[in-house]
Design a protein around this ligand. Structure first.
Ligand SMILES: Cc1cc2nc3c(=O)[nH]c(=O)nc-3n(C[C@H](O)[C@H](O)[C@H](O)COP(=O)(O)OP(=O)(O)OC[C@H]3O[C@@H](n4cnc5c(N)ncnc54)[C@H](O)[C@@H]3O)c2cc1C
Length: 504
């Protein structure tokens, strides 16, 4: 059999998506195929994207990156979850923790026990049964453990980092593994006459880059997948109405709180993300309900240090590309679709795109069954995340603005309605093969936003009340003790950075 791999891979775009893709492919394939990345300094990158979720660890592991080296180079801090302030109602807050509820991995449906105990007397808040929540509130942090006997086996963490530095780091990594970078702006995309496959891209300088397989990482514009191939876009603004953001970094003040803050305002929300060298801030809003000037005012009033740059104004349309992969072109990153950064899912979707690409890597003949399976799975992933984000807006008690009234009363996708009904019935979260968010995440947001089930899982009644209460008491005490024994976040980071091993 002849060689099947496409021999020339061309990545268009050098933002987070382009360099993550280049790094992963260089690790897996650079000795077999040529990989070229085209990017334009004149166009630049979107320049935001600082918070991640736990699966990023497996991406770094795939690259063989040393965690301390990566954290030193990207000015990263640890993230144990997100605090949502004012989402349920003004003055209220709740925490969406990483990891699991309970003191051991087999207790992941602990909320059912908690619901049973709560029905017959006072119990501590559910949040106290999450090691990530308790540690985060104390400003403490640790590392996950594989030992199921340890409370730290229920711990989960991700990173806040400087996305620009991450792209630079991965560029170094990829170039050291034979990825060729070409500087310049693509002015023309040539399609093959016979089947409409992309043949080459030509830069404004006249330089032509030929390829067999093109990966579109060109950002919102979707230079190849949309402008050249016309894949189409499904607009989800009716479910997720925010369409503008303004971002600005400010000087850091005080020790790092190892979590992201998301503070709701009358027509959206604002974020605060602590890095080693600065704090990232942004405001997300719906232009139908708020002017740019008002949003900028909310952003600047919320800074807790001097602004370090001019505000970066961004416009977006929430939605998804109808085809992620069309002919010999795959879209990864913002070119494939975008949902607002409420749960830090965009960098994860880049990672998920790369992982699926490796699972469905094409032969040079790009068989349709392979491409279609990729498209199907990617769509499911996007829709699951979309539903999770919508829940934050739908399950609000806020009545203080037209924006929140519209969110509270909007029609949601049928897939989310089914989930909400099931949770309401028995507090159940259906396990789904491609669901990124665990039961802990869904329960945290449901209950955090005041959606309480009518009942708990009937199987919990196989345990009598004394046993249920004893389990909860034990978990509560072990979690509190473990959290108190963890080092302060900044101490852990200083210790870790002192042991960084240079990789990229
Ligand atoms: C307000 C906001 C906040 C966000 N926060 C988060 C977050 O906290 N967490 C998270 O996971 N994600 C976040 N994201 C998403 C995140 O920023 C992106 O997923 C990530 O940066 C990837 O972007 P990209 O590489 O796809 O596109 P871009 O960064 O836009 O890169 C596009 C690349 O294509 C190149 N290019 C474009 N056209 C041409 C051309 N004609 N010729 C040559 N090169 C070209 C550009 O030069 C650039 O290199 C956020 C996004 C927004 C809008």
């Amino acid at each position: 059999m002849t060689e099947q791999l496409p021999q020339k891979i061309v990545i268009v775009g050098g933002g987070t998506a382009g360099w993550m893709t280049a790094a992963a492919l260089s690790r897996m394939l650079a000795h077999r195929v040529s990989i070229t990345l085209v990017e334009s300094e004149a166009i630049g990158t979107v320049g935001v994207g600082e918070a991640t979720i736990p699966p990023i660890r497996s991406f770094n592991a795939l690259l063989g990156i040393d965690e301390a080296d990566f954290m030193a180079e990207t000015k990263a801090t640890y993230k144990l979850g997100i605090e949502f302030e004012g989402w349920t109602r003004e003055g209220h807050s709740y925490f969406h923790p990483f990891g699991l509820y309970g003191a051991s991995p087999d207790a992941r449906y602990l909320h059912h026990y908690w619901l049973k105990a709560r029905a017959s007397g006072p119990v501590p808040p559910l949040e106290d049964f999450s090691i990530c929540n308790v540690a985060a509130k104390m400003g403490r942090c640790g590392l996950p453990s594989g030992d199921a006997a340890s409370v730290m086996s229920t711990f989960g963490s991700a990173f806040h980092f400087d996305a620009g530095l991450y792209a630079t780091y991965l560029r170094r990594y990829a170039e050291a593994r034979r990825v060729k970078r070409v500087e310049g702006k693509v002015g023309h995309v040539a399609l093959r006459g016979t089947d409409g496959f992309i043949e080459s891209v030509t830069l404004e300088s006249g330089e032509r880059v030929d390829g067999d397989f093109f990966i579109d990482c060109s950002g919102f514009r979707g230079l190849l997948i949309e402008q050249a191939l016309g894949a189409g876009y499904d607009d989800w603004t009716r479910y997720l109405p925010c369409d503008r953001a303004i971002a600005v970094p400010c000087a850091r003040s005080g020790p790092v709180r190892p979590y992201t803050r998301s503070v709701a305002h009358r027509a959206g929300w604002r974020w605060r993300i602590p890095l080693q060298h600065r704090t990232g801030n942004g405001v997300v809003y719906a232009s139908a309900h708020m002017s740019d000037d008002e949003a900028l005012g909310i952003l600047t009033a919320g800074l807790d240090g001097d602004a370090l740059a001019e505000p970066n104004f961004l416009r977006f349309q929430t939605g998804v590309r109808r085809k992620f992969w069309l002919k010999n072109c795959l879209a990864i990153g913002l070119s494939s679709g975008f949902m607002e950064p409420l749960e830090s899912t965009s960098i994860h979707l880049i990672q998920a795109g790369i992982t699926k690409l490796l699972d469905f890597f094409p032969g040079g003949d790009f068989k349709a069954a392979n491409t279609e399976e990729y498209n199907l799975l990617a769509r499911i992933e996007f829709e699951e995340i979309r539903d999770f984000l919508i829940l934050h807006y739908k399950a609000t008690e806020r009545r203080d603005s037209a924006f929140w009234n519209a969110c509270r009363t909007m029609e949601v996708p049928e897939s989310l309605t089914r989930r909400m009904d099931l949770f309401h019935a028995y507090g159940r979260i259906p396990p789904r093969a491609y669901d990124l968010f665990t039961a802990t995440s869904w329960v945290a947001v449901f209950m955090g936003q005041g959606v309480m089930p009518e009942s708990y899982d009937p199987l919990v009644d196989a345990h009598d009340m004394a046993e249920v209460q004893a389990r909860l008491r034990d978990a509560h005490a072990r979690i509190a003790k473990t959290a108190a024994g963890l080092p302060p976040h900044d101490e852990l980071l200083t210790h870790l950075l002192a042991h960084a091993k240079r990789v990229a």
